[in-house]
Write a protein that binds this ligand. Structure first.
Ligand SMILES: *Cc1c(COP(=O)(O)O)cnc(C)c1O
Length: 478
């Protein structure tokens, strides 16, 4: 072994297969461990720093030992979020077919920014984009951009929105920016996701220009309040609605929201990071009624579609607004029509990985029914854990479980609720995250992983209830 010599080409060639085989074996070992390993990490920050911090060498190190060390060093700090009992935030796993396609995407190493640099993957992404619109029931011919996540999908969609509403007001925002522009206002529900606010900020739409529209007890924007707010403003306007509120999973009344936008000539954007996928399920699709008449939609592949990070999707009905807001032109970028897929026309990035490829593979392998089953299964499992927990004394489920999100509170008390979360994480059977809802501490359970089974839900419910019992016993003994 020893350091590798870049001059020795044939040795590099031999080694590269050895190191790839090593990585495949290590990945397999990790994936095999997912159903049984402790869900949270076991090492703390200090330990992880001391494991991973190495002195940089002058001569480099042998690739196989770098990979072996790396896998060993990160092991105690990995979170089994790809496994079956991780319910924190809204984090999906990775379907094997999507992981396999992701490996190939890295091996091919195509720059999906431009058709000339990456013809085959550009076409595969074009096909995947068409499938996404077809599956969700969005209009054919939308602009679609594969971005890093829903945050950047909002940025992309809202850049198109900013272009269109200012164009309609006679202002070219790409040429003139926002200084001196007609005042542009964004209306968003009270429970708007922070990524919408950040996207606005990056687009020069400051927080004072974001008007908060009151929501109901489940976090749904009230359509009557939106109508009233829109009546009070007569410049360019963008409305940000939600399909799947991050705590409750609730849907804004999208048909009424879209109607209010149409009436007023406002752009309607939908944040459907996970909730948009309810559209693939015949039983859940009614939650989205009317959403297909909006102007733009932001969603994630890396949450409910169970493709690896990173994969967000920006969809815009007005292709020309989308392209005008995103395209890059330069002497070295060949002129091309809309008909030839150039990634850089639809995303903020110039160079990027072909992140639509894992999505292509996942969608093709699941088919319409497989995808609907995955969504329905997660919703059913969320209802199952809600029922299991609600049966117990001192447990309150605070939301209407309409999708995959469950909000729970223990003992009617913030301290008990957060202590139960800590005990559950320390014990390791499952992982939960906390949040606040209507000013109270809550546990937020999100079921989006393809691997979760009813048995995982039952084991997790038992672990959570045992943590509650232990917390109560500890309090009684004080
Ligand atoms: C997760 C989430 C986002 C942000 O998505 P990223 O992929 O993390 O950028 C936005 N909105 C909602 C409702 C979400 O759940």
């Amino acid at each position: 072994m020893g350091t590798h010599d870049l001059g020795d080409y044939s040795r590099c060639m031999d080694e590269r297969y050895a190191v790839l085989d090593d990585a495949a074996g290590l990945a397999r070992g990790y994936l095999d461990s997912l159903p049984s390993r402790r869900v949270g990490p076991s090492a703390d920050l200090e330990e992880l720093r001391s494991r991973l911090r190495r002195a940089l060498t002058d001569g480099g190190e042998d690739p196989r030992s770098v990979i072996a060390d790396l896998a060993r060093d990160v092991e105690p700090g990995l979170v089994a979020s790809a496994g079956p009992r991780y319910f924190g935030f809204v984090i999906g796993g990775t379907l094997p077919v999507a992981l396999a396609a992701d490996w190939l995407t890295s091996a091919w190493d195509q720059n999906a920014g431009g058709y000339v640099a990456a013809p085959a993957v550009s076409i595969a992404e074009e096909v995947a984009a068409g499938w996404v619109c077809e599956l969700l029931g969005l209009p054919a011919g939308c602009g679609v951009g594969f971005v890093t996540g829903c945050q950047m999908a909002h940025f992309t969609c809202l850049a198109a929105a900013r272009h269109a509403v200012l164009r309609d007001a006679g202002w070219d925002v790409e040429a003139r920016g926002l200084q001196g522009a007609p005042e542009l206002v964004v209306f968003a529900g009270e429970q708007v996701h922070v990524t919408v606010t950040v996207a606005c900020r990056m687009l020069g739409i400051d927080t004072e220009r974001i008007r908060s529209v009151p929501a109901d007890g489940q976090g749904r924007m009230r359509a009557d309040e939106l109508e009233r707010a829109l009546r009070g403003h007569d410049g360019p306007a963008i409305v940000c609605a939600q399909a799947g509120e991050v705590n409750t999973g609730a849907f804004d009344p999208l048909a009424d929201v879209v109607a209010a936008c149409r009436e007023r000539g406002a752009w309607c954007h939908v944040d459907g990071a996970f909730g948009l996928w309810a559209a693939v399920s015949p039983t859940r699709r009614p939650l989205l009624a009317g959403f297909e008449r909006a102007d733009s939609w932001a969603t994630d592949g890396h949450k409910w579609l169970n493709v690896p990070y990173d994969c967000g999707i920006a969809v815009v009905a007005d292709r020309s607004a989308h392209r005008a807001a995103m395209t890059s032109t330069s002497a070295y970028i060949p002129e091309h029509d809309d008909d030839v897929p150039w990634g850089l026309d639809w995303t903020p990035e110039l160079s990027r990985r072909a992140r639509g490829i894992p999505l292509y593979a996942a969608v093709r392998s699941l088919g319409r029914r497989g995808l609907a089953d995955m969504v329905d299964r997660c919703c059913d499992l969320a209802a199952r854990i809600a029922d299991r927990l609600a049966e117990a004394d001192g447990v309150e489920v605070l939301n209407d479980v309409v999708l995959n999100q469950v909000l729970v509170r223990f003992g009617g008390d913030d301290g008990v609720t957060t202590a139960v979360i800590d005990r559950v994480q320390a014990q390791g059977t499952c992982w939960l995250s906390g949040s606040t809802f209507r000013g109270q501490a809550v546990v937020r359970i999100s079921v989006v992983g393809w691997q979760t089974t009813p048995a995982d839900i039952d084991r997790s419910a038992d672990a959570i209830l045992a943590a509650l019992a232990a917390e109560r016993a500890a309090r009684a003994a004080r």
